[in-house]
Design a protein around this ligand. Structure first.
Ligand SMILES: Cc1ncc(COP(=O)(O)O)c(C=O)c1O
Length: 371
């Protein structure tokens, strides 16, 4: 079977995890701090705060941005369900807006039109590894005095001009799930330029304790921590962070190979399906390779045909407002571009190490299926 993806992990990750286990300090500690510094330096942010997942990161980021009950958060419906779940976890209401069909990212013009007196935050998603139009969204946010929480779960390494995603918005959240560019098994990270927000995030992720475990461990004097607000356990472990540090060293190589394979698919599939595109000043990192079929109704048959040839596929991005958990909350909501993309898109295998021969097999099978 050609899988949809395969993480790039090996003996170095095994050795790094084993060293942490042997050290006796397994939960959040020095390795998490080192991993935060590495990601922070890579994206060019002021501060980075590791979490147990990107979903946890999004929830914390919204809380730190001051989002709470009664507030509205503008976000795309065309995303993984975690985007909107985080808004509900924060007690706020997602306000879904439509996408630009070419990039599958939130339409900045629709964002401005959706702002109301209750809007507390704008939450763009850098879908499938292509940055949203963060410059336009940032300008709208500044005009209205709103924070931007960027869901960059799939987009470590993506750029807007000369700047990297992670250095652009009030708060940016990344995922290290194995389907993402680099992995820690599960894990997330928030980057921000705001020192006060970073301090609050660090506190909130560990029950809002006034001092960390590591500080108490290293303290010569008795250290009685206080809990001044209700926080969460969203900690990353040092085992995960040690794996993440090895992964950061692999990042440039992974990104280069993903880009090569993505562009190669684009050439081989031109004219057969609609292929992913770069946007002005923004290069696609192909965290997932998503095509749009000419006829949405044929998608199940196409996916079945590829599966019979030993090739894994997935539906493309979901429309959150059409999922059972959300349908009842948004009766009658119509987002034509989102609904069309959700019905007609499909992910193809793409991962470093798949090789050109496997890619040729996928292309041949898709050509056959579309007959
Ligand atoms: C756009 C988006 N947001 C959030 C998430 C959630 O990430 P995690 O699995 O790390 O919680 C994902 C994961 O697939 C995602 O694609």
């Amino acid at each position: 079977m050609i899988p949809i993806t395969r993480p790039v992990v090996g003996d170095q990750e095994v050795a790094a995890a084993a060293a942490v286990i042997r050290s006796g300090w397994l939960t959040q500690g020095a390795k998490v701090a080192e991993f935060e510094r590495a990601v922070c330096a890579y994206v060019g942010a002021g501060h980075a705060v590791a979490t147990s997942s990107c979903t946890a990161a999004l929830h914390l980021a919204l809380v730190a941005a001051g989002v709470g009950p009664g507030d509205e958060v503008i976000c795309p419906s065309l995303s993984f369900i975690a985007t909107a779940n985080a808004v509900l976890h924060a007690g706020a209401t997602p306000v879904f807006v439509d996408i630009e069909p070419a990039t599958l990212n939130i339409d900045a013009r629709a964002v401005e039109a959706a702002i109301t007196p209750r809007t507390a935050c704008i939450m763009p998603v850098d879908q499938l590894g292509l940055a949203a139009d963060i410059d336009a969204i940032g300008a709208i946010a500044r005009r209205h005095g709103l924070p931007v929480v960027e869901d960059a779960a799939p987009a470590l390494g993506a750029n807007v001009g000369a700047r990297r995603v992670g250095s652009l918005s009030t708060l940016t959240c990344f995922s290290f799930h194995p389907r993402k560019v680099i992995t820690t098994g599960e894990g997330g990270m928030i980057t921000t330029g705001d020192e006060g927000m970073a301090a609050r995030l660090r506190s909130l992720r560990s029950h809002a304790a006034s001092t960390s475990d590591l500080a108490r461990h290293g303290s010569a004097a008795p250290d009685f921590e206080e809990y001044r607000e209700v926080g969460y356990n969203y900690r990353m472990t040092d085992i995960q962070a040690a794996i993440g540090l090895v992964q950061v060293d692999r990042l440039e190589g992974i990104l280069a190979e993903r880009r090569r394979l993505g562009l190669r698919y684009n050439t081989l599939l031109a004219g057969l399906v609609v292929t992913p595109v770069d946007a002005p000043g923004r290069e696609h990192t192909f965290q997932s390779y998503c095509v749009r079929l000419p006829d949405a109704a044929r998608r199940p048959a196409v996916m079945a045909h590829l599966a019979a040839r030993g090739i894994a596929t997935r539906r493309g991005v979901m429309a959150i407002h059409l999922e059972p958990a959300y349908r009842g909350r948004f009766p009658g909501l119509s987002l034509p571009e989102t609904e069309s993309a959700a019905a007609s898109t499909m992910l193809l295998p793409l991962f470093p190490g798949m090789g050109d021969a496997a890619q040729d097999e996928v292309v041949a099978a898709l050509r056959e299926a579309l007959g």
